[in-house]
Write a protein that binds this ligand. Structure first.
Ligand code: MN
Length: 389
């Protein structure tokens, strides 16, 4: 066989419901982002002159996908004009009322199902076997039913499920690297987990993740794989390159406000954090942490800063500041620590009265105040939830 080139994606989740509350037409915007990310995949197929495209499950959401989206999908898949091979996932399972059974798919699309799990692309010398979902949940699969790899062909196993993770009672087809390796396929095209992975014990297994991230547990860049492969004298060689497709990027940021004395200081710190982000692209959640006496209203703070962001939410996860005055009278180590730190802070405060603009003294006062709070945190709870600046 010659050199083949294909694109492997999964977990597109067209028409995902997006349960978190964005403003206005947030959900519609995000559903368009998913379509745009998917178009970036189809664009790559064309630009690279790929021979075919693999979609390893969860192409759409069974419960919420609209006919309009299916019509759009029909159009863009047929325009792509190369073979497109799909397996159903746990969000778009091969149910009796599935679009996979009841919809006229373009002629270049093949759905691999339990009745028709094999496809041979004759002119490319490629054999593909697919194992997807026929229900929303499925336990351990029967791998003995899987066809043997075909000699002289490049063999691809498409699998939507869970590789090398928790096996007890897993509802999403748990398998091990060893079990898949024993099948003897040349490329394992995985799907199900939304973050990209290519570091399985099974070296030729690849999980592309979702082309568009769908929640705060899907931070970072998202994309798919471009694979160039060749098989010479029975040995396959692979070159697998990840490319980015995502429109937005999720950021879940902790912000420690311990030691800040006024609401103004808190606002300045939030502003400094937000300056690092791009309102056009970034979806942001800020979790205020630490100890404070300030009363912080999540909704008011959010409305102050959301500005042009598509989604920006501030959550108040702070706890109440220590009661220094009563702790000072404590007879334990805590009391001794507070008295010592208070004396040091007082010393700096006195010096500051003489030199109100001295930056070194201001800095020292800030550090000592933080030291008092973090020291008490350790004495009280045995740990510090440390958050860097
Ligand atoms: Mn998925």
């Amino acid at each position: 066989m010659g050199i083949i080139k294909f694109v492997h994606c999964a977990d597109v989740h067209l028409d995902a419901p997006f349960r978190e509350h964005g403003r206005g037409a947030y959900g519609d915007t995000r559903r368009k982002d998913i379509r745009d990310a998917f178009l970036n995949i189809l664009k790559k197929v064309k630009e690279e002159n790929a021979d075919f495209l693999l979609i390893t499950g969860d192409l759409y959401e069974h419960g919420s996908v609209t006919k309009g989206t299916m019509e759009w999908l029909h159009m863009v898949l047929s325009e792509t004009a190369v073979p497109i091979v799909i397996i159903p996932g746990n969000h778009d399972p091969y149910l009796l009322n599935s679009w996979y059974r009841n919809w006229q798919w373009p002629s270049n699309v093949t759905i691999l199902t339990p009745e028709n799990p094999n496809l041979v692309l004759e002119n490319l010398n490629v054999h593909i076997y697919g194992m997807g979902f026929s229900n929303f949940k499925e336990g351990k699969p029967d791998l003995s039913e899987i066809a043997k790899p075909k000699e002289d062909l490049f063999n691809i196993f498409m699998f939507h499920g869970t590789l090398d993770m928790d096996f007890s009672g897993n509802d999403y087809k748990p398998v091990t690297s060893g079990e898949l390796e024993a099948l003897g396929y040349d490329y394992y095209a995985l799907g199900h987990f939304h973050n990209s992975r290519n570091d399985y014990p099974l070296k030729n297994a690849y999980n592309p993740g979702s082309p568009e991230p769908l929640g705060f547990d899907e931070t970072g860049e998202h994309g798919a794989f471009l694979v160039t492969a060749e098989k010479v004298q029975g040995r396959a060689s692979l070159k697998v390159e990840r490319f980015n497709t995502s429109i937005r990027s999720y950021h879940d940021e902790d912000l420690n406000i311990t030691g800040l004395k006024t609401l103004e200081e808190v606002k300045m710190k939030i502003l400094a954090l937000l300056e690092r982000f791009n309102p056009e692209r970034d979806i942001i959640r800020i979790n205020l942490k630490g100890r404070t006496e300030l009363s912080l209203d999540e909704e008011i703070l959010t409305s102050l800063f959301e500005g042009n962001f598509l989604y920006m939410k501030i959550r108040n996860n702070t706890s109440k500041a220590f009661d220094i005055e009563s702790l000072e009278k404590d007879l334990s180590l805590k009391g001794a620590f507070v008295r010592e730190m208070k004396a040091r802070i007082q010393n700096v405060t006195d010096q500051l009265e003489q030199n109100p603009d001295n930056p070194d003294l201001k800095r020292e006062e800030k550090i000592l105040t933080l030291a008092l709070n973090y020291g008490l945190e350790v004495l009280q709870t045995g740990k510090i939830e440390w958050v860097s600046e």
